[in-house]
Design a protein around this ligand. Structure first.
Ligand code: FAD
Length: 391
């Protein structure tokens, strides 16, 4: 079996299913993960081909049934979530039942990986969208193990959810699968180079990265890089001074911009079979952008878009009712939020990646992002105006 970036989503169901552990993860020159078969270990059983949902003509899952807006009652939860806090509300129910939550976190080196949470503190680290491909590694095997004796909530991209379901082969009453309205995943390698570049400019040690701070309002989507506290003179107590601790400058926004205009997405995202109303999940979550069309007023703090896709999803949503404010809409009313086909490949896509591979990330920044002072000032003024409006 050959794995290619156009037709492999990198969900890693094949690596999870391989009975001989003959499949490992390699990285393409662009920095996207791909399965790799060790021919010496492979016994040609065909399970890796069989488990691949992406390449099938009919995909696992259910059609969306109901749509809601959702806002968590707790203001602190909203502040720390990407949209209205749907993930926190759903995962609280699972943790209350001594279940396990699978979600995306950073490792020490800014790789985004699926990890597990058994406590609220561990779950809180999963909050916040990380706009890069999360590596699921051998999580599907772990899901199966936990399903033997407790409820499991798995949150991932639609392709990861489809991979998990295909790997498990059957449905489990205690498994709740949540995907999101995904428009594609950028390369983790490029993300790490972006952080390293900003760190180099600020002469700081990046320790955290928030893709969407709500400091300037839900709509502003500013990136914030947090640096470790550094001191100008380690030896002199008197002269210890705090350096820049955060960077939400214009240049820090470049990575999110490449994501928003689809330049940094994985090739398979342009062939995505999941960007429609047939979902490989029990519940789908997303941002309820343009909710003002339905409510008549713009929201500044964040509203989640949620759909129940299966009876299990409906039941879990009924359980969060006390913690959130939910309003139901017909699928017709929310048509403008529903996924409508795979993301379109931008015209300069191949050129963008050729520049990256031949000349590196700094050259990409110069050629595909406006690094001029004029652009920076425009951004700073816009940010200030948003901040004043938000206070
Ligand atoms: C790559 C990506 C693309 C997206 N594209 C869109 C879009 O086009 N339109 C839209 O409306 N919404 C999109 N979203 C979803 C949106 O950003 C929010 O994650 C969603 O609204 C949930 O908000 P929340 O307040 O409930 O979640 P939060 O409390 O912020 O939790 C986020 C959840 O997403 C999971 N997660 C974060 N990053 C990743 C990742 N890289 N891979 C897998 N799981 C992850 C976390 O584990 C957590 O469960 C995207 C998210 C990602 C990660």
């Amino acid at each position: 079996m050959e794995f290619e970036l156009n037709t492999c989503s990198g969900c890693m169901a094949c690596m999870n299913v391989c009975p001989k552990d003959a499949i490992s993860i390699i990285e393409s020159p662009e920095g996207f993960i791909l399965p790799h078969i060790d021919k010496d270990k492979c016994v040609n059983c065909g399970l890796c081909e069989e488990v691949c949902d992406f390449k099938r003509s009919e995909h696992v899952g259910h059609d969306m049934q109901q749509a809601f807006s959702l806002v968590h009652h707790d203001k602190q939860v909203i502040e720390r979530s990407s949209s209205g806090g749907a993930f926190t509300a759903l995962s609280d129910i699972i943790l209350d039942k001594e279940g396990v939550v699978f979600g995306a976190t950073y490792d020490d080196d800014f790789n985004v990986i699926h990890t597990i949470a058994l406590t609220v503190e561990e779950r809180d680290r999963m909050r916040g969208s990380k706009y890069v491909q999360c590596n699921s590694r051998l999580s599907f095997r772990d899901v199966k193990k936990f399903l033997a004796d407790r409820p499991v909530l798995f949150v991932g991209t639609p392709c990861q959810c489809a991979g998990l379901k295909s790997y498990l082969k059957k449905d489990y009453d205690n498994l709740f699968v949540v995907d999101f309205l995904c428009h594609g995943v950028p390369s983790n390698k490029m993300f790490k180079e972006h952080i390293a570049y900003i760190g180099k400019r600020q002469k700081g040690q990046p320790v955290d990265y928030t893709f969407r701070t709500k400091k300037y309002g839900w709509n502003s989507s500013a990136n914030v890089i947090t640096f470790a506290e550094l001191f100008q003179n380690q030896n002199s107590y008197a002269k210890k001074q705090r350096r820049v601790q955060e960077d939400s400058s214009w240049l820090a926004q470049a990575f999110l911009t490449f994501f928003a205009v689809n330049l940094s997405l994985r090739p398979s995202c342009f062939n995505c079979p999941y960007r429609n109303n047939h979902r490989p999940s029990d519940i789908t979550i997303g941002d309820f952008w343009q909710i003002e069309y339905l409510t008549g007023k713009k929201d500044k703090e964040g509203v989640s878009f949620v759909t129940a896709n299966s009876p299990k999803g409906e039941a879990l949503l009924a359980e969060v009712a006390n913690d959130v404010c939910m309003k139901e809409y017909t699928l017709d009313q929310v048509k403008f939020r529903l996924p409508n086909g795979a993301t379109k490949k931008p015209k300069r896509y191949e050129e963008f990646w050729n520049t990256y591979q031949n000349h590196g990330y700094e050259k990409v920044l110069q050629e595909y992002f406006d690094v001029s002072n004029k652009a920076r000032i425009r951004w700073e003024v816009k940010k200030l105006a948003k901040r004043l409006k938000f206070i």
